[in-house]
Design a binder for this molecule. Sequence first.
Ligand SMILES: [Zn+2]
Length: 166
Amino acid sequence: MEILWLAHKVVEQMILEAEQKAPLETGGLLAGYFSKNDKETVVTDIIGPGPMAVHKMTTYKPDYSFHRDEIGQIYDNSNGEISYLGDWHTHPTQSAYLSWTDREALRNIVRYQNNFLDAPVMLIWGGVNSKGDPEWIPRAWRTRSLKGKMFWRRWDYAPMEVRLFK
Ligand SMILES: [Zn+2]
């Protein structure tokens, strides 16, 4: 299983944002780098939803221009070492499963050529306890387009093991 490493700092930032918006969804972008063998993904920075994002019970619409500016700044400030890895979002009232919309979002990241990202990550914070409150359990997937003999693309959504680091 591939590993998704989350810096302690970014976990705190995401949970804080999740708590502030619950029971509405929120999310943003993941930034960092992939290991040389491409089996490990390291998240060093995250970007929040952005001021113009729209938050609803089971969807959230990101502030795309905010995201473009922020990720561009992170990339430039790190001399290209820290770049866009994929997206994160919350499921405040459901478990952290990969919905059809989430799969489509992943495919769109690959299709949007300006992302230069052919295997993006999706991190979801979800889960509900017996009282109905969010538990914020992280689950993650990485998607790749499988090149087959077919005219259409097939897609793989591989679960990742989430680990934290200081
Ligand atoms: Zn989702």
